[in-house]
Design a protein around this ligand. Sequence first.
Ligand SMILES: [Zn+2]
Length: 330
Amino acid sequence: MRMSWAPLLETQERAVKTIKNSIKKDRLAHAYIFEGPRGTGKTAVAKETAKAFLCLEAIDGEACGQCRNCRRIDSGNHPDVHVIQPDGQSIKIDQIRALQKEFAYQGMESNKKVYIIEHADRMTVQAANSLLKFLEEPVSQSIALLLTEQVHRLLETIRSRAQLLSFSSLPPGKLEDLLMGENVSPAMAKMAAALTSDTSEALEICREEWFAQARDKVIQLTEELRKRPDYALVTLQENWLSFFKEKEQLASGLNLLLIWYRDLLSIHLSETERVVFSDQLQALEQQALYLSQRRIGDSMLAILSAQKKLGSNMNPAMAMEQLVLQLQEG
Ligand SMILES: [Zn+2]
């Protein structure tokens, strides 16, 4: 049985079923808007749509993944599949005009053509109006896939000429399952799902050795704060600041630290199932014994405030020292 849609079907069931059935019944609309947050698979579904539409051996709306067309779409160089992305900040009228010119010719291989416009909301007004004419007089065998994170920014006239399909973020539990299906450990999957709802970003986090190390650094610092608070500043100097060198890295470190304190709060509230550092339950429970809910809340506020200070260009070492001193108190 063909399974080319299977992974996408799992995450975006409704949108994928709609497209797949339309291809199967040869009833694709001329234009679709794929709308939803970043990382919800819009681009992947657009690519699979192009494949299922152009595949030489398609069965029941599923591409074969092997034929000439499938392979060329996979490698991004099929002559009848056009992808438009913002040129700088916006999609310009010249880009849409070039597309129209392209469509004036017959398809290179058949009459079928697909165009995918990423960040369609970034079309200039002129570009959008130019596209509109195009949507009003569809070329018989063409489909347009407009991808956007901000559908309300598309012209109403464009929206009314396309079928809208919504893509939604995975709930954290489902994202965790998906990550564990990719051989990610439960603890890592929980952490990635707590940091992002973007599936591909979450996978990246899990595959990057750096994040596993960052997680260890956070555990180490909290252990110092618990067991030898006087050494916490030394640990910070020797282990933290040399590891979280870039500002972005430090921001990730603070995010993880915030999750640690949120976990402490979850334990206080007897919501153990929400704990993200799930393999550190014992350490968390021990620390929770010594910290009141109020104290945990203050610590979380201190971390948030350190994040703000870093954002406003305060010296990272100084911001972190202040934070550790605040976390030591109590
Ligand atoms: Zn194929």
